[in-house]
Design a protein around this ligand. Structure first.
Ligand SMILES: Cc1ncc(COP(=O)(O)O)c(C=O)c1O
Length: 492
């Protein structure tokens, strides 16, 4: 009720600001923000030497460009400090984080409880390797399995490692339990999927940039259209005896926050059970409250056979991933067959326990569900005013996408809009040419969401002509090429 009233008020404000050319940064003063961070010294130094600090971001970006591989295309913002939903650059400019490191920072930057757990543990023991036991990992294993309702977990570090682990587990299960002939196991995955960047994982990718020049890719994969249970059934009917697993994202994040049709997850569950195929949910991005439930699969009350967690399991503090499964599946992997030096390390274990406690104590999943609805309401108001520019607003919880209309936008891309949002203190990252993904920390407040919607509205209202002129004056962008795998321009 309170939320609905707040939204109505916000709508009023959104409307009253329409047409206003005045572009305000959001309402926190820099001084206040820095004193909240306990960083008056930095603020003072910014004030006394603005020119020198103006160089700082530029110099840092240049240094990185010179000495690091060019494997990303970042927005030109340098993170220097962060607290909860706010980020500061070296010059003291404050931004709101609407990416959360691709949903790794669900609990907000530098959550005191999680940082405290990190410090306490770092002072005691950081690494044993699993050549020995340590006194923290058992608690992590118990907490995570009890919370998500599985018998066992296998700890890793990054999301891609978690997915690789699930794939290996599925193959092993396929041979040992399902009786798939040696080296014939197939893992079915979805067009448009994103599961990370290792060779095993990109072997399922539809992204030409991720695959071209990195062949030969691994055999043993078949692709189906995402969200199409009939297509999955066809594959299972044709090749079911060889299929060990169906690996999927309950909502495709990198593809542009693609929410499957209602009933899809249930249909997948039924098909996997019927054909004795492991249902593997990659919840690396969607899990741990991001979509408004603890797991995105909970939206259809579906229990996958295997769940992969990552990102927010380490709360943006440390890389922590885990694969969850029941004993009959997990024990297909025997000692010496899989592992990682850092997987299950006591430092990561302490952080992950605190990360999960914070999600529960602060009811972050529930918060995400409510705030996400409100946010999409604000964004749909913007869409109503600019139906020529905004094609769709979609998502679940605080995993939201604004898909722009390329015809209306002309040469302006989602990246250009994100650059304009940055100027207003909102940090978001495009996915593909026309989609802006908005996934702030789950601790964000309503007024921040309102501000982001206001900012987008102002850009579309007042800034779009300038963006069009700027985009026209730049070299023409390459048109997206069709997918090497399926020949389509979009795997959706
Ligand atoms: C669904 C999904 N799976 C796996 C990964 C890979 O995680 P990492 O970058 O930690 O390897 C990502 C990263 O964005 C992801 O979104």
């Amino acid at each position: 009720m309170a939320m609905a009233m707040a939204r109505a008020m916000a709508r009023g404000r959104l409307m009253s600001r329409f047409g206003s050319a005045a572009i305000n940064a959001f309402g926190f003063g820099r001084e206040r923000a820095f004193s909240a961070m306990g960083s008056e010294a930095v603020a003072a130094s910014v004030a006394s030497s603005p020119a020198a600090h103006m160089m700082e971001s530029q110099a840092l970006m240049q240094c990185e460009h010179q000495h690091s591989a060019h494997n990303y295309h970042p927005l030109p913002v340098v993170f220097s400090q962060a607290k909860d939903v706010s980020v500061w650059d070296p010059e003291g400019r404050q931004y709101l984080d609407f990416l959360s490191a691709y949903s790794a920072v669900n609990q907000g930057h530098g959550h005191p409880k999680i940082i405290d757990a990190l410090i306490q543990q770092a002072q005691r023991l950081t690494l044993s390797s699993r050549a020995f036991y340590n006194d923290k990992f058992p608690s992590f294993a118990r907490v995570v399995t009890e919370l998500f309702g599985y018998d066992m977990m296998l700890p890793m570090n990054t999301g891609a490692e978690g997915v690789e682990t699930a794939m290996k587990l599925a193959r092993k299960w396929g041979y040992e339990k399902k009786g798939i002939p040696k080296d014939e196991a197939i893992i079915v995955s979805c067009c448009g999927c994103f599961h990370g960047r290792t060779i095993g994982v990109i072997s399922m990718s539809c992204d030409n940039d991720a695959t071209r020049g990195f062949g030969p890719l691994l055999p043993g994969h078949v692709k189906v259209d995402y969200g199409d249970a009939h297509a999955l059934e066809k594959v299972f009917k044709e090749r079911g005896d060889q299929v060990a697993a169906f690996l999927f994202e309950p909502i495709q994040g990198e593809a542009g926050v693609i929410v499957p049709p209602d009933g899809y997850l249930k249909a997948v569950r039924e098909l996997c059970s019927k054909h004795n195929v492991l249902m593997i949910a990659d919840e690396v991005q969607t899990g741990i409250g991001r979509t408004g439930k603890l797991l995105a699969c909970d939206w259809e009350k579906v229990r996958p056979d295997v769940v992969v967690l990552g990102k927010a399991l380490g709360a943006g503090v440390l890389p922590v991933s885990a694969v969850l499964a029941d004993t009959d599946i997990m024990l297909c992997i025997k000692p010496g067959e899989h592992g990682s030096t850092f997987g299950g390390n006591p430092l990561a274990s302490a952080v992950a326990i605190a990360a999960l406690e914070v999600v529960q104590e602060e009811k972050l999943a529930e918060r995400s569900a409510e705030l996400g609805e409100e946010f999409r309401g604000y964004l749909r108001d913007v869409q109503q005013l600019h139906p020529d520019l905004v094609k769709e607003v979609r998502g679940r919880g605080l995993l939201t996408a604004v898909e722009l209309n390329p015809t209306g936008l002309g040469p302006v891309s989602a990246f250009d809009i994100c650059m304009a949002l940055k100027e207003k203190g909102i940090l978001a990252k495009p996915t593909h040419e026309t989609i802006i993904r908005l996934s702030p920390p789950l601790t964000i407040r309503l007024e921040h969401l309102r501000l982001a919607a206001d900012s987008l509205q102002e850009i579309l209202e007042c800034g779009i002509e300038k963006l069009r002129l700027d985009a026209k004056s730049q070299a023409p962008q390459n048109l997206p090429e069709p997918c090497d795998r399926c020949g389509r321009h979009t795997c959706r």
